[in-house]
Design a protein around this ligand. Structure first.
Ligand code: TYD
Ligand code: MG
Length: 455
């Protein structure tokens, strides 16, 4: 019988130790060590797919001798994912995509797998049966005759499939279900994740095959498994959104081959995920007449300008303590805006319930939407609608001053494209030289703006 022994692993960084220790010597965290059974008597992953006789003779090379030029990227049909990855898939890259259960991770990657034509894609699933995946694939309006399904969790057997099939792209759903035969602990444990992820990464790097890994997230929203997993892969994507809303946002939190500023927006439909290439149009509700408590903010998500609708409802507080509720906007910042309105503009916000919402289930962190939030609050308070051809952009300072925001040209031109006639912005923003087709209202202080809007 194979000799078994156990090792202790740090839940935070994945470091191992023969004995239990209270404080991890590698990352300094306390109480993170857990015991896992390991024995190394079996065939290891590499021997399953590696061809014999290949000896790589690597040696140090001068930086100037390294061939430069644009690295080749595999083009993908899905423009949203392509942009988030930095313009296609880099051969040999490993992309980890995390998100809450039911958000659409499997759907997204199955869709990507089916969009490739003339490329052999291997979709490995440890979560669903072939029939289940086929049922899902039937709902998606793409077909790739070279898409293979493999419901397997052992990396050794997966390695044999790699050798046999020589895929051009691999999708693993999910990394937490994989297991390596050389480790005895259950799938999803730290030692398993560490081992199986490094198996997949080794395969990707040595063969140049891109690998997508789906990862579960924990209760507090971080990727399950050691933090090390995020260090090991090239790109970490976060798929988020409210399950009850149809919109999904794909963000990158780490990208070795591109910026992390880009986002991708999708809409979950009955036939899979649809790319939303012009988000502003759907985020602004179509309405004929202006309503009170609604205003439009010109914001940025990543590099992309976006016009969103901010809504507020202000009503006299019926209970002793007025309620403040904010959806999609920072609640602490809302309190700050209300304090500014009270102190600088003399509005009695202390007696009012205030509810703020960003349409479409979006969460916005850009402080440039402050001005629009304030405008919708005052509009609701005064019960005076704001013309629906007006939009706002500006950050509010504590003394009621309106501060400049970044990338003003892009925000203005997006507003112009969508047919807005007037934009309120900070006097301190440097305006572009080019001709602007809409009316610019430069304001320095909040009182000034409210004077213009509500008299
Ligand atoms: P799924 O990809 O299974 O999520 P994850 O892998 O992140 O857990 O997606 C689950 C949800 O997506 C499910 O509740 C049903 C919905 N869905 C659609 O609305 N339309 C579709 O075409 C598909 C395939 C799924
Ligand atoms: Mg899934």
């Amino acid at each position: 019988m194979a000799k078994t022994h156990s090792t202790f692993f740090c839940k935070n960084c994945g470091a191992s130790s023969a004995k239990w220790v209270g404080k991890c010597a590698a990352c300094g965290e306390w109480n993170t060590y857990v015991e896992e059974v390991v024995h190394k008597e079996k065939e290891d992953f590499k021997s399953t797919w590696k061809k014999e006789g290949i000896v790589t003779s690597r040696k140090p090379i001068l930086i100037n001798e390294v061939q430069n030029g644009n690295e080749y990227r595999i083009p993908i049909q899905d423009q949203e994912l392509s942009r988030v990855l930095g313009g296609g898939i880099v051969p040999g890259s490993v992309v980890l995509i995390g998100g809450e259960p039911g958000i659409g991770k499997s759907t997204l990657l199955l869709q990507v797998a089916l969009q490739f034509r003339g490329m052999k894609v291997l979709y490995i699933s440890g979560e669903e049966s072939e029939t289940q995946i086929k049922m899902r694939a039937d709902r998606i309006p793409f077909a790739n005759p070279d898409c293979f399904l493999f419901t397997e969790t052992s990396t050794q057997r997966i390695g044999k499939a790699f050798k046999e099939l020589q895929p051009d792209l691999v999708v693993v759903d999910s990394i937490q279900t994989l297991q390596s035969d050389i480790i005895d602990s259950t799938p999803g444990s730290i030692s398993q994740i560490k081992e199986t992820a490094s198996d997949m990464i080794r395969f990707a790097k040595e063969t140049g095959t891109p690998v997508f890994l789906i990862g579960h997230i924990t209760k507090d929203g971080t990727l399950a498994g050691p933090k090390l997993l995020e260090h090991m892969v090239d790109t970490v994507l976060q798929f988020e959104g409210d399950r009850h809303h149809v919109y999904r946002i794909l963000r990158s939190t780490k990208n070795r081959f591109g910026s992390t500023n880009e986002i991708g927006i999708y809409e979950m439909q009955s036939g899979g995920l649809r790319e939303v290439s012009n988000p502003s149009e759907i985020l602004i509700s179509q309405r004929d007449e202006a309503l009170s408590g609604v205003s439009i903010a010109a914001t940025l998500e990543g590099m992309r300008p976006l016009l969103i609708e901010t809504q507020a409802l202000v009503s006299a507080a019926v209970y002793g303590t007025p309620q403040r509720n904010s959806n999609g906007y920072d609640g602490k910042r809302l309190n700050m805006l209300l304090a500014i309105l009270e102190k600088k503009c003399g509005l009695r916000m202390g007696m009012q319930d205030v509810f703020v919402n960003i349409a479409g289930g979006l969460r916005v962190e850009d402080p440039g939407i402050d001005l629009s939030i304030v405008a919708s609050i005052v509009s609701s308070y005064e019960n005076v609608p704001i013309d629906n051809k007006i939009c706002f952009v500006g950050e509010l300072g504590l003394s009621g001053e309106i501060r400049a925001v970044s990338r003003i040209e892009q925000r203005i031109s997006e507003a112009e494209k969508l047919g807005f006639k007037t934009v309120y912005l900070s006097k301190f923003n440097k305006l572009p030289k080019a001709k602007i087709g809409l009316k610019i209202m430069e304001v320095a202080k909040l009182e000034e703006m409210l004077q213009f809007l509500f008299g």
